[in-house]
Write a protein that binds this ligand. Structure first.
Ligand code: DAH
Length: 350
C-alpha cells in the first residue's frame, strides 16, 4: 500500500516513525508515551477505531497498523540504546561499534599428545619427573654406560656450553641434553626404588631440519625399577599404552635393537595407523610404524646410581611425541609442528 492511500492517522504514524532516530532523550520519552502509550497512545487509539470499520478495511489497515507498531517499538529501542551509548562514550568513542572477536587458542598438537601419554601412565601408577635441558657429559652419556667414543654417540652430537661445570655436579662439560635418559639417573639418585616415572622434555641434536628431522624435539622417557621386574612387565605395559593411545585392537611388535643403557634392548612398532597393517606409503609398505626404543635397564646403570644390580631390575623406554603426533594426525612434515604457522595450527582448535 503506498502512502497516498493510507488513512491520515497511519500516514502520521509513519512520519513520526521516521523522526525517531533524531529525537533527543526528553523528546524521545514524550514521543513514546504519545505514540505507544498503553491507553492513550495514538497506536492504541487507532486500533480501537478499527473495531468499528468494515471487515475489508479492518484487515488491511489492521495489518499496517500492527507493522507500524512493531517498527515503532524497534525504532524506540534502537534510539534509546544509541543515546545510552553516546552518554557513556568519551568524545570520539562509538560504543555501538561491534566488538573485536575474542581470540580463541588451543593446545598445540604435540602438547596434547604429551599430556595424553602422561595421563595414560599416570593411571597405572607412574609419576612425572623432569630434569634440566643443560646437562653434564656424565649424566647425558657416561652414567648411561656410553663407553667414551662409542659410535652410539655419533647420533648424539650436540651443542657444548662454554661454561664451567656446576658445583657439586659430577664432572664433564656442559651440553644441551640429547635425550631425556639422563633424568633416569637423576631420578634414581634422588629417590630409591620402587620407581615408576615418565619424563617429558625437549632434547637437542646436531640434526638437519627437514621433513623428518629437527635439531630440537620432544621426548618422553619411562622408567620402572623395583625388585623382580622382568621383560614381561615392559612388554605388557607398553602394549597397554599403545592400545590406550591408538585403539583397543592395535597390534604391537618388539624387534631387537641396541642402546648402551639397556640390555636386552628393543624397538617397539605399532600397526600402521593408516593402513592397519596392509602396507601403505606412510609405513613404507611394512604395515608397522616404529614408535619407541626400550629395554631392560643395564645393571651398570643401576650401579652408577649406587643400586645393587643383583637385587633390582627395571625397564625403560624413550619415545618422541613429535613423531607420534605426526603418526596420529597424518602430518607429513615435522617442521609443521615447529614453525608456528597459524594456518596449520588452527586446524587443531576444537
Ligand atoms: N634415549 C634414547 C634415544 O634418545 C631412547 C631410549 C631408548 C630411551 C631405549 C630409553 C630406552 O629409556 O630404554 O635414542
Amino acid at each position: 500500500m503506498d502512502d497516498t492511500t493510507l488513512p491520515p492517522e497511519l500516514a502520521a504514524l509513519k512520519e513520526r516513525l521516521e523522526r525517531v532516530p533524531s529525537l533527543g532523550p526528553a523528546e524521545l520519552e514524550e514521543a513514546y508515551v504519545d505514540l505507544l502509550g498503553r491507553k492513550q497512545g495514538r497506536v492504541t487509539k487507532y486500533l480501537k477505531l478499527l473495531a468499528a470499520m468494515p471487515l475489508e478495511q479492518k484487515r488491511v489497515y489492521g495489518a499496517t497498523a500492527n507493522t507500524l507498531r512493531v517498527q515503532l517499538e524497534d525504532a524506540f529501542r534502537a534510539r534509546r540504546h544509541q543515546l545510552k551509548a553516546d552518554s557513556l562514550a568519551a568524545p570520539g568513542e562509538d560504543l555501538t561499534m561491534p566488538g573485536r572477536r575474542r581470540w580463541v587458542g588451543a593446545e598445540h598438537p604435540v602438547t596434547r599428545v604429551v599430556d595424553e601419554i602422561v595421563e595414560i601412565f599416570r593411571e597405572i601408577g607412574f609419576a612425572v619427573a623432569v630434569g634440566p635441558e643443560v646437562e653434564t657429559e656424565w649424566y647425558n652419556f657416561l652414567s648411561l654406560h656410553f663407553p667414551a667414543d662409542h659410535p652410539a654417540m655419533d647420533m648424539h652430537d650436540t651443542l657444548y656450553l662454554d661454561a664451567p661445570p656446576v658445583d657439586n655436579e659430577p664432572a664433564g662439560r656442559l651440553l644441551l641434553r640429547t635425550h631425556t635418559s639422563p633424568v633416569q639417573i637423576r631420578t634414581l639418585l634422588s629417590s630409591p626404588p620402587p620407581v615408576r616415572v615418565v619424563i617429558p622434555g625437549m632434547v637437542y641434536r646436531n640434526d638437519a631440519f627437514d621433513a623428518s628431522h629437527s635439531p630440537a624435539f620432544s621426548q618422553i622417557e619411562g622408567l620402572a625399577v623395583d625388585e623382580g621386574i622382568s621383560f614381561i612387565d615392559l612388554r605388557a605395559t607398553l602394549t597397554h599404552f599403545a592400545r590406550r593411545f591408538f585403539s583397543a585392537s592395535t597390534r604391537t611388535r618388539f624387534r631387537p635393537s641396541f642402546f648402551p643403557f639397556t640390555e636386552p634392548s628393543a624397538e617397539m612398532d605399532v600397526e600402521c595407523q593408516l593402513c592397519h597393517g596392509s602396507g601403505c606409503p606412510a609405513c613404507k609398505g611394512t604395515g608397522w610404524m616404529e614408535i619407541l626404543g626400550c629395554g631392560m635397564v643395564h645393571p651398570a646403570v643401576l650401579e652408577n646410581c649406587n643400586l645393587d644390580g643383583e637385587r633390582f631390575t627395571g625397564w625403560a623406554f624413550g619415545m618422541g611425541p613429535h613423531r607420534i603426533a605426526m603418526l596420529r594426525y597424518g602430518i607429513p612434515d615435522i617442521r609443521l609442528l615447529l614453525e608456528g604457522d597459524m594456518r596449520f595450527l588452527e586446524q587443531f582448535v576444537p
